[in-house]
Design a binder for this molecule. Structure first.
Ligand SMILES: Cc1cc2nc3c(=O)[nH]c(=O)nc-3n(C[C@H](O)[C@H](O)[C@H](O)COP(=O)(O)OP(=O)(O)OC[C@H]3O[C@@H](n4cnc5c(N)ncnc54)[C@H](O)[C@@H]3O)c2cc1C
Length: 438
């Protein structure tokens, strides 16, 4: 029987805080995922009195639901970034992608966070022959900005990483890794608590009121049964940002669902025979399948875009199973133990963003790449709050735009689902055509 809750939640501790919420703080952080907790850690360490509030149980959001693939990189290519923002910003974007991975890897290793971190590398696999060409071209341009540990893999080398003939090669990212997302979240929570932050679940923030234009007057942060007076506020709600709290942000961050399955235990030998490299795998096709062995090495986890709009995990399961079997036909008949969904937060620029609106800070827009980036940007948000006049990151320069007729309810995502379904078919057609040619 498939469970429709995250595999990562099995047997994991749940932190509850039954204390009364204090009525004052230096800083209130809304959202207790990687962003909020990382910001809380940095701020508490520098002597600030910090309260983190989550509307659900602590760790309810994407931070305990993700694929646990720890990596760097943006949805936007170097050429696109250069064209849109100029050479300098494009260069900074690449450097800070690398910096985010180094930051989070360091956070895990220096603090001995028990999260089954593996420096397993990541292979981005080419769905079409031309993907090899464009990845290789982009890689050359990225290396010219700042070197990083990545190389192209030819089709002949693929069997070392994966047992399938679906791909035409790939790009290998040596320094990427994997974590158990719930354990990583819990480790980060423990660090923030030890540093002095007070973290509360089941406390939805329903209103943030700026008391005056004068900075020193601060804010009142309201939950259904408490009011906190504080000097600064950080919104760390990413894909869970809702318009009832922030119309401004919900018009700028799209909640796009992602769906994940894990197989039942199929044994280490079977997993190793299918994924001998033990890497995290992501595809170039628009469908964007990503998969990896689970930390115990006995199951395979696969995520994909089953729809652009919110559907239930039950509805998504057949699509996920189909994708798994397309990659690994020998898994026919293997049961799916877990299937779940969660929201990523997409900015219209497809880049993360740190900004201030009416005195309220926000760090979000990871576009599905937040395991390394969210802790990093949470930390950067904390540095910005400590030194508001200092520029701390290039993500202050990325635009956080909205679009006409978008008021926070993504009515167009079902249309996008249909569009992407057509694109998926086109992906198959292009592939067939290119196979015929070779
Ligand atoms: C299924 C899935 C797979 C993914 N896989 C990967 C991956 O393999 N690699 C990768 O790099 N990234 C991945 N991501 C993205 C990554 O998980 C996120 O970018 C990251 O966890 C975002 O962290 P966060 O702290 O900003 O937000 P979240 O962890 O989503 O936390 C936001 C929190 O804000 C709370 N909140 C919202 N409104 C309020 C309110 N009014 N009051 C109080 N609290 C509120 C929510 O309850 C939520 O807990 C994946 C995401 C999903 C959903």
């Amino acid at each position: 029987m498939t469970k429709f809750t995250p595999f990562w939640w099995e047997g994991q501790p749940q932190f509850e805080n039954t204390d009364v919420v204090p009525s004052t703080a230096d800083i209130v952080i809304v959202g207790a995922g990687y962003t909020g907790l990382s910001a809380a850690l940095t701020l508490s360490k520098s002597g600030k009195n910090v309260i983190v509030l989550d509307s659900e149980m602590i760790g309810f959001g994407a931070s305990t639901r993700n694929g646990g693939m720890l990596g760097s990189g943006h949805k936007v290519s170097t050429d696109q970034a250069k064209k849109k923002y100029g050479e300098d910003i494009a260069a900074e974007l690449h450097k800070e992608a690398n910096a985010s991975l180094a930051f989070t890897t360091n956070l895990i290793t220096v603090n001995n966070i028990d999260c089954e971190f593996q420096a397993c590398g990541r292979l981005r696999t080419s769905w079409l022959p031309k993907d090899q060409v464009s990845m290789s071209d982009n890689l050359r341009k990225l290396k010219a900005i700042e070197d990083f540990n990545s190389k192209m893999i030819g089709p002949d080398m693929m069997p070392k990483s994966i047992k399938t003939d679906l791909y035409f090669g790939g790009q290998f990212y040596q320094d990427h890794g994997s974590v158990h997302p719930h354990k990583f979240h819990y480790g980060l929570l423990k660090l923030a608590l030890e540093a002095g932050a007070k973290v509360f679940g089941s406390r939805p923030v329903i209103k943030i009121t700026q008391l005056s234009k004068l900075k020193q007057d601060g804010f009142d942060v309201l939950t259904p049964n408490s009011k906190i007076h504080c000097k600064q506020v950080l919104m760390a709600t990413n894909g869970y940002t809702r318009s009832n709290l922030s119309k401004y942000l919900s018009r700028r961050v799209l909640p796009v669902p992602s769906f994940v399955i894990t197989t039942v235990d199929i044994g280490k030998d079977k997993v190793q025979s299918l994924l001998p490299g033990g890497h995290c795998m992501v595809e170039t096709r628009k469908r964007y399948c990503y998969y990896r062995p689970t930390p115990c090495g006995t199951r395979i986890m696969l995520g994909t875009r089953a729809a652009m709009h919110s559907i239930s995990a039950e509805e998504a399961l057949p699509t996920l199973r189909k994708m798994l079997l397309e990659i690994f036909p020998s898994l026919e008949g293997v049961e799916i133990s877990h299937c779940w969904t969660g929201f990523t937060g997409f900015s219209f620029s497809q880049l993360p963003n740190l900004s201030i609106n009416k005195g309220v800070y926000s760090a979000l827009g990871y576009c599905g790449n937040g395991v390394a980036m969210a802790p990093y940007l949470g930390h950067m948000a904390a540095l910005k709050m400590l030194n508001p006049n200092q520029k701390v990151t290039v993500f202050e320069s990325t635009p956080l735009q909205t679009r006409p007729y978008y008021f926070g309810k993504p009515w167009f995502l079902p249309i996008a689902s249909a569009y992407f379904r057509a694109f998926d078919l086109l992906d198959y057609y292009r592939r067939k055509k290119s196979i015929k040619k070779t």
